[in-house]
Design a protein around this ligand. Structure first.
Ligand code: FUC
Length: 846
């Protein structure tokens, strides 16, 4: 593109020395209900600090606080000392089967292109067939490559803190309290419960503090001596010991399958009344006639995340010792001190980013379930709908802060919340979309610290992942592969082997995909030391693929073999999803190498190999039917959309990958069009996470109204009363993916430049945001009216060159904080670039 002109502008200090967007005036964001929760999944409210999670029911005569500890898992080496991450058979046997399978698949593909290739008939109609179903021989090979799920284990509930009236207030059928209100204030991460009974106003406050690692509950009343309660623990765990002494209840135990030296857990609950009488009855604590009661609880296990090849997952420190120390430190603080510490910590993360859509308001103070109901039935005002969208947006950030903090395990399929001993899919780490989606929002919405747990988790998989690479995979000529990989379902015990069922067990592209978190972390933070530390992990994931790729004899391109389009199949060569993920990984590693070796002209031999392999990879294709192809050959079910199958992983090239960006080149525009066709045949109806992904796809396809429609679909059909996303069942990825997608509607930066408002829907005609992060380590704040921004501030945090894309951007005035001139280059009508200095805010004004 031709450089049209160079503009030099003088900074106007008075316009730029304040950050207007910090003054965003938001309606209070809270979830609220006028009834106590009955259902864990859809009505209870989540609080957490990454280590401890709790679901609050808010019952009046009997309250239940269901508690999770992030590392409470069954299975693993605690269940079987020889646990090896799910690997079966010898490497030699697996390699032989793999080669047989690969050759059989190559034959299948040759047969298909010779006999069944799609064509346009004389009437102009596309005639396409499907790959024939796997024959018995193929099936046998596939079934002989599965892994072992024995002792995979499951994330489990620790139990419940119960708070009950010492005697039933009145007979349970009559309404004995009024003014009931249960609130989750997501601006402070504090939940409250208020009700009135016999002319006394009662209040309970609940939060989980990250700095003190405790659950805190305070019970108060507006008249003295009115609180009489009994406190006790219950648990679905079967190997436990619960006791009470003085004012502390203690639970120690192990998941049922653990050996004595396996996983152990401990929890304590300390009851601190003001006034009244405290007595211990068995394992219960009874408080009578108190003015106020403070409850503090902490929990821990002896789990240690293993990030080397010792595969030692247990600390020698007794978890009860840890809990006792935590509790005695916290108990020295007053409630106010605990609360102040908690809120300061939470707000330090939460307040970095805000979004305000003009007119959003909950003017008639509807409860959250009423708002959701009104959204579904179309009886809300538009102000209420925008309020709910804004609440739902920030709820995603709230959930990430509550379930993923420095040194915690990453957010699992349900974040950190799980009831009972057998949550859906073990509440594990699925890697063919789910855990990745959990972290899409982390960097963009300015929660970088919350991203760290998944990065550390990736590191924890590498040692066993090397074993997996060696045990199950080989070069085309049968030689061993380098590097590491993982498969579809992962736990906290280094399960990296393939799964144990035919469809979808096989997903070695998972490690490559997870490496995207490393590269994204770097791109958003520009932290070179971080990249140096993690680069070898990315490099080794790439070398695995350099070695594991197969040359398709039909056209000489390099393909994944076997390749199974996630959960859709069938087994073939070079399904588009695999090719996209491998391409993205190679691209990331080459770019990372360039960052780390800016001075070198020659690249290392390994990078040379990656560059060569990348150039030979089978790439994206458009079918005769106009669709973006899911498989290497054009299949009939690709053209029809296959009844709207929920997985559209082949659009990875567009999102979360960065290989196809509309508006960047004519070829990419063609691909983008084909993707629109694909999404249209797939339709908008799907499971929760699938809608959230489609929201991101449409945002990247720069169709704001369609992206907004997917947001509506999510809220209308895939959101529970407590705003949890439902697959069904409850699965948190949809919450996280939705917040990410809404951010993508406002700002995108995956293409080497920052694209402003690429997918603004008509319903978000005006508004403001503060603190959205863009790659290159820029922090953006803006306000807009009638679909165009009036003012944009860009804080440069690393001094990188800033390139902005926006229609007619040359019509805006560019200034910088502290005054002085900004030398900027305008390319065409819509691309503006300028060098930046760290710490300086650059402002564009209409
Ligand atoms: C993926 C999805 C399923 C489900 C599971 C937990 O495998 O395909 O729909 O969400 O994860």
């Amino acid at each position: 593109m031709k450089i049209k002109m160079i503009i030099i502008l003088t900074g106007l200090a008075f316009l730029t020395n304040h950050v207007f967007a910090q003054d965003i005036n938001l309606p209070a964001l809270k979830l609220q209900y006028d009834f106590p929760a009955q259902k864990w999944e859809s009505e209870a409210l989540p609080i957490g600090n990454g280590f401890i999670g709790a679901m609050l029911f808010g019952g009046v005569p009997a309250d239940r606080i269901q508690v999770n500890e992030h590392s409470l898992w069954s299975g693993g080496p605690g269940a079987n000392a020889n646990y090896n991450g799910g690997h079966l058979r010898t490497a030699k046997q697996n390699h032989q089967t793999l080669q047989d399978l690969r050759n059989a698949l190559q034959d299948k593909m040759i047969f298909f292109s010779d006999n069944d290739a799609a064509y346009v008939d004389a009437t102009g109609k596309v005639v396409a067939k499907n790959y024939t179903l796997e024959n018995e021989q193929l099936k046998n090979y596939i079934n002989s490559l599965v892994g072992d799920r024995t002792n995979f284990g499951s994330y489990q509930s620790l139990g419940n803190i119960n708070i009950a009236y010492t005697s039933s207030p009145v007979n349970s059928d009559s309404i004995f309290y009024t003014n009931y209100l249960r609130v989750l204030d997501i601006e402070n991460a504090v939940s409250t419960l208020n009700y009135t009974m016999e002319n006394v106003n009662y209040k309970r406050e609940y939060f989980v503090s990250y700095p003190d690692n405790v659950i805190v509950v305070r019970l108060t009343a507006d008249k003295p001596g009115k609180i009489s309660r009994i406190f006790f623990l219950t648990t679905p765990q079967t190997k436990t010991n619960i006791s009470a002494t003085n004012n502390v209840i203690t639970m120690e135990g192990q998941p049922a399958d653990q050996r004595a030296d396996g996983l152990k857990f401990a929890q304590q609950v300390k009851i601190i009344p003001s006034g009244g009488n405290l007595t211990v009855e068995d394992a219960k604590i009874v408080v009578e006639n108190a003015d106020e009661i403070l409850l503090i609880s902490s929990a821990a296990t002896n789990y240690v995340q293993c990030i080397d090849d010792t595969f030692n997952y247990f600390s020698t420190t007794d978890p009860l010792t840890v809990v006792q120390a935590t509790l005695s430190r916290a108990a020295q603080k007053t409630y106010e001190q605990l609360l102040t510490g908690h809120i300061a910590d939470y707000k330090n993360l939460y307040n970095r980013m805000s979004l305000s859509i003009s007119g959003a308001a909950n003017s008639s103070n509807k409860t959250t379930d009423q708002l959701l109901d009104g959204y579904i039935k179309n009886t809300n005002t538009s102000a209420e709908n925008r309020y709910l969208e804004q609440l739902y947006y920030q709820f995603g950030r709230y959930l990430l802060i509550a379930s993923s903090r420095e040194n915690s395990l990453p957010a699992n399929l349900q974040g950190i919340w799980a009831d009972g001993l057998t949550p859906p899919w073990s509440a594990d780490y699925h890697t063919n979309i789910n855990i990745q989606m959990n972290y899409w929002l982390a960097q963009q919405t300015n929660l970088s610290e919350c991203h760290r747990p998944v990065i550390r988790y990736i590191k924890s998989l590498v040692s066993r992942g090397r074993y997996t690479a060696n045990h199950y995979y080989s070069k085309q000529n049968g030689d061993p592969v380098r590097g590491w990989t993982i498969n579809h379902e992962n736990n906290i015990w280094g399960n990296t082997a393939p799964g144990n069922y035919y469809w979808g067990f096989y997903f070695p592209a998972a490690a490559a995909w997870m490496c995207q978190d490393i590269w994204e972390y770097f791109q958003f933070n520009q932290d070179r030391a971080f990249l140096e530390e993690y680069y070898p992990i990315m490099l080794d994931a790439a070398l695995f693929w350099v070695d594991n790729l197969w040359q398709d004899s039909r056209d000489g391109t390099l393909v994944a073999n076997p390749s199974y389009s996630p959960e859709h199949g069938p087994y073939s060569l070079g399904a588009s999803s695999d090719q996209a993920i491998i391409t993205e990984l190679f691209d990331m590693v080459i770019k990372a190498y360039e960052v780390l070796h800016p001075e070198k002209m020659d690249v290392s031999p390994e990078i040379e190999e990656i560059i060569t392999a990348k150039s030979l990879l089978a790439g994206p294709q458009i079918g005769l039917g106009g669709q973006f192809m899911e498989w290497k050959d054009e299949l009939q079910m690709d053209i029809t959309g296959d009844n709207g199958h929920r997985h559209a992983n082949h659009l990875f090239w567009l999102h979360p990958g960065s290989q196809i960006i509309p508006g960047r080149s004519p070829q990419e525009d063609l691909f983008a069009n084909a993707m629109r066709n694909t999404l249209n045949t797939r339709g908008d109806q799907a499971t929760g996470w699938s809608k959230a992904w489609k929201l991101n796809f449409w945002a990247r396809l720069q169709d704001g109204n369609r992206a907004h429609k997917l947001l509506e679909e999510l809220l209308k059909g895939s959101t529970l009363k407590n705003l949890f996303d439902t697959h069904p069942p409850f699965q948190i990825d949809g919450n996280f993916g939705a917040t990410a997608g809404m951010t993508e509607m406002l700002v995108q930066s995956q293409g080497g430049y920052i694209e402003l408002f690429p997918a603004l829907p008509d319903k978000w005609n005006s508004g403001q945001f503060k603190g959205i992060k863009a790659r290159g380590n820029f922090e953006l704040s803006a306000n807009w009216t009638n679909g165009r921004f009036n003012r944009l501030e860009i804080l440069s945090l690393s001094g990188k060159k800033c390139t902005l894309k926006y229609p007619d951007i040359g019509n805006y005035k560019l200034t910088q904080s502290g005054g002085g001139t900004v030398a900027a280059t305008l390319t065409g009508d819509n691309i503006l670039s300028f060098e930046t200095t760290p710490g300086i805010t650059y402002t564009l004004i209409k």
